[in-house]
Design a protein around this ligand. Structure first.
Ligand code: NAI
Length: 341
C-alpha cells in the first residue's frame, strides 16, 4: 500500500451513494487520501481485503470485533474510521490494547434522524403507508385509515441528546406533552416544558414512545416483556436508535395482544444479515422479521434515517478529516475510547 502524503483507506461496505460523496469531499480537501472501495462487509472472513491499509473505514454493520482488530493491526492498520455516530459494533478495549485509534462522526445531521423519526410517527398516525398503496390500486375507501391527532397526546422520548432533543422539540411544536428519560436533561427541552421522569413513568404515561438513545451494555432489550406490560394500551413505539434496544419477540407478542398499537423501526436487532442489500429475490430466513412484515400497523425502514444529502456530505468531510488528524498525530475530539462505551 502507498505511503507518503497520500494515505490509503480501505472502505468496507461501500455503497454507490457514498462513493460519490466521499470522492467529492476528498477532492475538495486536495485528495489527501486514496479511497479503495470494497463492497464486502468487514468481518473475519474479509479482513484480508484491508491489505495493510493504514486506515479502514467502516459502517454500522461491519464487524469490528477483537479478532478482526487483531488481524487489522497485524497488517499495519492504525486507524479505524467509523462513518457513523454509534460505535457499539467496535471492541474498543481491543483497539486500545492494540494501539489502533478509533474515530467516529459524533454529529453529522441530527436533523436527518430526528426528521425521519417524525416522518415515521406521522406516517403511522395517519396510516399513510396503507393509504399510499390503496390509492395506487384504485381503492379510495377510507375504512381502516382512521388516525389520531398528535396534539394533546403524551410523547415519551428516551435519550435526549443531539437527536432526541430535536425529536422532543418537534413533538412539542406539534403540541404534544413531552416526557423524557435521560441522565443528562437537555436545557432547551426543559425550558419548553418537557418533564424528565423515570422510565416506569414514561412507559406508563406515554401515548407514543421514541427510542433515541445509544445502545450500551446496560440498555440491551430496554423494551422487553416487562417494559411492554407497563405501557398504555395501543401505544405507538418508534425505534431509530439501535435494534437491540428492543426485544423484538416481546414486541411481536405486544402487537398481537394489541398492547402495542403501532410500531415503526429504522433499526432491527438482527439487521446485519438483512439491511443495506437488495434481497427481493431471496426468502427471508428470519421468522421474527417476517412476522413483523405481516402487521398492517408496522412500518419498517432499513436503517435510512441518516440518509440525506446534508448528512452524507457532513459524514464524508468529518471522516476524512478524522483520518488526516489521526495519521498526522493531531488530537481530535472524535476519538472513541473504552470509557465512552
Ligand atoms: P448523543 O450522544 O448526542 O445522545 C444520546 C443521549 O442518550 C445522551 O444524552 C445520553 O445521556 C442518553 N442515554 C444514554 N443511555 C440512555 C438510556 N439508557 N436511557 C436514556 N437516555 C440514555 O447521541 P445522538 O447523536 O442523539 O444519537 C443517538 C443514537 O441514535 C446513536 O447512538 C445511534 O445509535 C442512533 N443513530 C441512528 C441513526 C439511524 O440512521 N437510524 C443515525 C445516527 C444515530
Amino acid at each position: 500500500m502507498s505511503g507518503g502524503r497520500v494515505t490509503e483507506i480501505a472502505f468496507f461496505s461501500a455503497k454507490t451513494y457514498e462513493r460519490q460523496v466521499f470522492d467529492a469531499a476528498n477532492a475538495a480537501a486536495g485528495n489527501p487520501h486514496h479511497l479503495v472501495y470494497l463492497e464486502n462487509r468487514l468481518e473475519l472472513e474479509s479482513v484480508g481485503l484491508a491489505m495493510g491499509a493504514p486506515t479502514v473505514c467502516v459502517f454500522v454493520n461491519d464487524v469490528v470485533s477483537a479478532p478482526v482488530i487483531e488481524a487489522l493491526a497485524a497488517g499495519g492498520t492504525r486507524c479505524i474510521a467509523l462513518r457513523c455516530a454509534g460505535f457499539n459494533n467496535v471492541d474498543l478495549e481491543a483497539a486500545e490494547r492494540l494501539g489502533v485509534t478509533v474515530v467516529r462522526v459524533p454529529s453529522y445531521s441530527p436533523n436527518a434522524v430526528a426528521e425521519h423519526t417524525l416522518a415515521l410517527i406521522l406516517t403511522l398516525t395517519r396510516r399513510i403507508h396503507l393509504a399510499y398503496n390503496r390509492v395506487r390500486d384504485g381503492n379510495f375507501a377510507l375504512d381502516g385509515l382512521v388516525g389520531f391527532d398528535l396534539a394533546g397526546k403524551t410523547a415519551g422520548v428516551v435519550g435526549t441528546g443531539r437527536i432526541g432533543a430535536i425529536v422532543g422539540r418537534l413533538l412539542w411544536h406539534l403540541r404534544c406533552k413531552v416526557l423524557a428519560v435521560d441522565p443528562y436533561p437537555n436545557d432547551h427541552l426543559l425550558n419548553l416544558g418537557a418533564e424528565y421522569v423515570d422510565m416506569d413513568t414514561l412507559l406508563a404515561e406515554s401515548d407514543l414512545i421514541t427510542l433515541n438513545c445509544p445502545l450500551t451494555d446496560e440498555n440491551h432489550h430496554l423494551i422487553d416483556e416487562a417494559a411492554i406490560a407497563k405501557m398504555r394500551d395501543g401505544v405507538m413505539l418508534i425505534n431509530t436508535g439501535r435494534g437491540p434496544l428492543i426485544d423484538t419477540s416481546a414486541v411481536v407478542a405486544g402487537l398481537k395482544s394489541g398492547r402495542i398499537g403501532s410500531l415503526a423501526l429504522d433499526v432491527y436487532e438482527e439487521e446485519a444479515d438483512l439491511f443495506f442489500e437488495d434481497r427481493s429475490h431471496e426468502i427471508i430466513d428470519d421468522d421474527v422479521f417476517a412476522r413483523l412484515l405481516t402487521f398492517p400497523n408496522v412500518l419498517i425502514t432499513a436503517h435510512q434515517a441518516f440518509l440525506t444529502n446534508e448528512a452524507l456530505s457532513a459524514i464524508a468531510e468529518t471522516t476524512l478529516q478524522n483520518v488526516s488528524d489521526v495519521l498526522s498525530g493531531t488530537p481530535t475530539d472524535n476519538e472513541v475510547h473504552p470509557t465512552d462505551a
